[in-house]
Design a binder for this molecule. Structure first.
Ligand code: NAP
Length: 248
């Protein structure tokens, strides 16, 4: 599953799942552009990849994925600098939880903009370079909430269900160009996003997971690395749940 000479872009690379994905792709020899807003954390990640002497490398790129103009400029710069983009992982995401009856427009819009609109903007910007090279692997990070729904997450579940519909459509539109597009739907994974949940809620969730434990960022990274590999060429338009059995 070598990705030597391949260029990958991973949004939300500064922390959690995105960080693990960057390291997993660099471990398979890819040049990885790690995208997020926190310059310091991105620099730490690049240092860590260098210290581990991974066969690939991680290069930091500061970018807010809710800024369309900045996305278009950044992607064109990356394509110009490296000549290609082989892999796009749309992973950046946020939560702004609250019951639907009490949810205000800002809470809803922030989540849709970061989790769904950015996926459209990033994919559209990158796809034109993939089409030119007649090769691409697009992996969009959805969520078990987008499949099952979740109390307090109408905004988040809508954004993640949207990511699934978007991924299937892009898969159909780009299949003839040798570009695959799949979604990965994590269950509960130990990151900053879930650390903030009260332990009562975490304990309540754990008993519902057949594996009886939360996953690690590396569990998601391994699935993404496979879908991003040349070997996954005949898999497109799929949703891979990585959730310890929660959604089955
Ligand atoms: P996390 O630890 O909170 O990290 C979120 C990442 O998204 C950070 O790197 C953050 O970077 C980036 N980000 C947020 N807003 C951004 C913006 N406007 N522009 C650029 N980057 C932005 O979350 P995580 O748990 O790793 O989640 C990663 C993905 O998996 C998300 O899409 C999430 O919805 C999904 N997911 C997570 C779980 C879970 O249990 N953890 C379950 C299902 C799905 P900066 O703050 O530096 O910008």
């Amino acid at each position: 599953m070598s990705m030597a000479d391949q260029v990958a872009i991973v949004t939300g690379g500064s922390r959690g799942i995105g960080r693990a994905i960057c390291l997993a792709l660099a471990a398979k020899s890819a040049t990885v552009l790690a995208v997020a807003r926190d310059e310091g954390k991105l620099a730490d990640l690049a240092d860590e990849a260098a210290k581990k002497e991974l066969p690939g490398r991680v290069l930091p790129r500061t970018l807010d994925v809710t800024n369309r103009q900045a996305i278009d400029q950044a992607i064109d710069r990356i394509a110009e600098e490296f000549g290609r983009v082989d892999i796009l992982v749309n992973n950046a995401g946020i939560t702004r939880d609250g019951l639907m009856m009490n949810m205000d427009d800002t809470q809803f819009d922030e989540v849709i903009n970061t989790n769904l609109r950015s996926v459209f903007w990033m994919t559209r910007a990158v796809a034109k370079h993939m089409v030119r090279c007649r090769y691409g692997r697009i992996i969009n990070i959805s969520s078990v909430s987008g499949i099952m729904g979740n109390v307090g997450q109408s905004n988040y579940a809508a954004s993640k269900a949207g990511v699934i519909g978007f991924s299937k459509t892009v898969a159909k539109e780009l299949a003839r160009r040798n570009i695959t597009c799949n979604a990965v739907a994590p269950g509960f994974i130990t990151t900053d996003m879930t650390d903030v949940l009260p332990s009562k809620i975490k304990d309540g969730v754990k008993v519902l997971i057949p594996c009886q434990q939360f996953g690690e960022p590396e569990d998601i990274a391994a699935a993404v690395a496979f879908l991003a590999s040349p070997e996954a060429k005949y898999i497109t338009g799929q949703v891979l749940a990585v959730d310890g059995g929660l959604s089955m």
